[in-house]
Write a protein that binds this ligand. Structure first.
Ligand code: CU
Length: 150
């Protein structure tokens, strides 16, 4: 969970990660204040972007360098997550658990008909363009954020 000095650029590194089912993933705050928060209606009515039956998470604010948060991922599939204060700035990440393919990633716009969440889902543009493809995550296993300045 990274940031430049002015906080004008913020990112997760790695931004894409492959793990086997049952793996515990740890996020560590390095600079700035961040959260790791699963895309789910349970987190501020965000669209569902983790597998059905997976347990959602929300770290709350990780304020100090070294603060960390662990999640054990057991259900195979594609997990998208965001940083609460920085989602609109494109601070999101994707974890692929087990064998999967690109069709396992949810589309960015889909209709939700449940009470309280009815409507088209929305993911900010800067976030959409940040998620690595499932295919790239499967081939590289660990996708790093682009170099500074790009
Ligand atoms: Cu952040």
């Amino acid at each position: 969970m990274r940031s430049d000095l002015l906080g004008t650029r913020v990112w997760f590194d790695p931004v894409g990660l492959y793990v086997e089912p049952g793996t515990t993933v740890r996020w560590v705050a390095r600079e700035n204040v961040h959260t790791t928060t699963a895309y789910t209606p349970r987190n501020a009515n965000h669209p569902l972007r983790i597998p059905e039956g997976a347990v959602p998470w929300d770290s709350g604010f990780l304020v100090h360098p070294g603060d960390h948060f662990d999640v054990t991922l057991t259900v195979p599939g594609v997990y998208d997550y965001y940083c609460m204060p920085h989602e609109a700035a494109g601070m999101v990440g994707r974890i692929v658990v087990g064998r999967s393919n690109d069709s396992a990633a949810r589309p960015f716009d889909y209709w939700v008909g449940q009470p309280g969440t009815t409507g088209w889902t929305h993911v900010p543009e800067a976030a959409r363009t940040t998620f690595p493809t499932v295919a790239r995550i499967l081939s590289e296993r660990r996708v790093h954020a682009p170099e500074m300045g790009k």
